[in-house]
Design a protein around this ligand. Sequence first.
Ligand SMILES: [Zn+2]
Length: 879
Amino acid sequence: MKNPTQRGANCRRSKGFSMVALLIVCISALQLRADEPYARARDYDLQHSRIAMRFDLEQKKVLGDVTHNLSILRDGTSKIAFDSVGLTIQNVTVNKSSVKFETTADKLVVPLLAAAKSGDKLDVAIRYEGKPTKGMYFILPDKDYPDRPKQIWTQGESEDTRYYLPTYDYPNDRLTTETILTVPASWITVSNGKLISVSEAGKGLKTWTWRESVPSSTYLITVVAGEFDETRDSWRGMPVTYYAPKGRGDRLPINYGRTPAMIDLFSKKLGVDYPWEKYAQVMVDDFVAGGMENSSATTNTSSSLNHPKIAAELYTDEDGLISHELGHQWFGDLVTCKDWGDIWLNEGFATFMESVWTEAHYGKDQADLERWEGMREWMGQANLFNKPIVRHDFDDSSEFDGNAYTKGGLVLQMLRWQLGEGAFYRGLKHYLEVNRGKNAVTADLSKAIEESSHTNVDQFFSQWLYGAGAPRFDLSYSYDNDKHQVALTVKQTQKVEGRVGIFRVPVDLEITTSSGPKLYEITVSKAEQIFTFPSDSPPLMVLFDKGGHFLKSAEFHKEKKEWLYQLKNAAEFADRADAAVALEKIKNDEEVVTALGAALHSDKFWGLRATAADALGRIGGAAASKQLLDALNSANEPWVRYRIVYALGNFKDDAAIATKLAAIAKDDSSYRARAAALQALGRLKSPGALAALEAAVSGDSPDGYLRNAALRAFGPLGDDKAVPLLRQWSAPGKPIDSRTAAIRSLASLEKSNQEITKQIAGYLSEPHFPVRMAAIFSLGGRGDATAVPALEALLKSSDLSIEMVPMIKEQIARLQKPGAKPASAGAEGGPSASEDGAASEKSAGTAAVLQRLEKLEHLVQEMNERLKSFETRLPLPKP
Ligand SMILES: [Zn+2]
């Protein structure tokens, strides 16, 4: 699954940013109720479910008829328990005989007339109905949005299938399904497996029958029905289909057309062909995640359907999301984690598969960039450092965290690097073949690798998967003129405590002198070590972990001239980018600014040019701004242009820059650059900002892209004159994206005006999930305690999904305890994130809570704004 941020729980990607990871995490952040960490003991094996559903749209009700074929696993079984929450059970039969049953808050219990024996087969039929508060969602037109295409969709992971279907709702069982959906004749449905038939059902209805013959877990069941456009494609003759809410079908090919190439690549790389009978991707409105990998039928957010003009400005398009969910079809769906404690076997692999596609399709530099950013993002999240990837103690947080996603993906990249391409992929193939159709734990992976490559990976797994943290290196070297020798001192400075130990990592060390580069392989394994290397003359450049393959932070004490040389000459992106980041700490230095300017103008890879722009923005001063402005004249790629513009947003009190930004906001070849200029004007509070933002709100752009950027920028601008405009754009009837942007900005203005608080509180009861979420978090941030009764009333409302309860409570607590500001660092990660472990570890306890809050806020943003318009979460310091 991909959540709308991670950022942690959420995701960043696009031209150089891994937003996908962000997305994925968000959803998980929502999940504040702790899931069952350990797999259950089972009394029965659910083998097949025939699920028939009708819908009452007016009441948002599901009318279900499900027959479970199950086989008893335990002698003496006297009752069968299904997970079932909030459903009204009308009738239950066992082998066609009516039986009495009991219901509790979360179970349907069916007593058996006689105790059953292991191997006994039972057919349990359940007729039920319900108004699901989660798990199944009804997106319907209303008076404010009369033209909205109708959609019903489900989201099972992690434990929400039980809200619309009484079933065994934990990953450690697998079943085949038949899904029979009766819907209005003009609708389309999508479910797992093959479409068997569509037949007339009278009264303007049709019945669609889908059959999935490959077993998978119940959290991977999907039901989507509604008014959709369909595009058909294929891979080796197998149906590959894409669906968009009606009216947006023309956006499918541009955003999703690379899917067959991805299926082909993954099948070949893994040596295991795509395992399902079809691959459908359905994009739905108001989705509660970025994407969800239901077996053979992924559901993604409709915000991935970029307008063609915006899509053209995204370097990797939506490929991060698409490749992630596709990767799950092997890792997650074909082989499923046995329990949530091993969720990284799903999410880490899916994140890794993103990089497989990136590297094959966009090249090594792009893959290196995403890895480099992922490492910095993870190292910046202090709350993750002390937790192992494999853990079962996630009561107070979500298991879908940056360890399962970002770090899990990075661990697989390290494993690939350490084992070599051949042995690594042989290991994955063996893992998939041995565990195909089964549930796996982490030890199954290490065993498969050892069996296939005869390499013992126990130590690797011990430190990276069962252990926590990553090495923080302090590095320095000296050159001995007499001995012609380089002595490198390597210290590991991470605090050794709990599950964090001293790391053992094989590292490539490269020493370049005037006679060329020499590569050495060393193994670092102690708290402090000195390595010596022959060197004919003083080094021009020493690279530790050349290419940046290991998750780490490194403080390498080098002279300026060495960093300058490295910025210009290092062959790999990660080493040049490290130099750019090191150089930005040297302020007021013309040579540094000139060198970064040269990198910005002429590095061969756009990612380094953008990184250099970031660095110049942080350095500040007239020389740096001149480099940025000059670069604007030649940088045509939108993914570089907008980074330059964003960097210019750091230069306060420079009238010329404000003028330039206003000009860009009005007219530029890139919409992303224009949006970044609007945001920068807001942050800089420049004199003409209000007028520029107002103009952007009334102007036209693809999907209101510039309007939404301007609406977001009114918050940082902080000019109360924008209040009437924001009140107008917050109101029902305006596009949802615009409303959530306006609501968030509105909440930060005229803070003593209770009318505004009242207006925003009025949105708490709206059916539109993103608006409701924006209102909840905006009220918490606004600090006006008169909102407390409205939030408390919301807590009592009957249609509230239980996951929202803790979020609302947190906002109430914020209002009752003014001054508690959410931590701004960490959750978003990014190059600016602090790597000062000592400082951040201390505050990790409270910071974790605050970061979770921050992530949730991020989720709201992400769900409403296009996933890729990430000017709001650029890796730059917030003023
Ligand atoms: Zn995922």
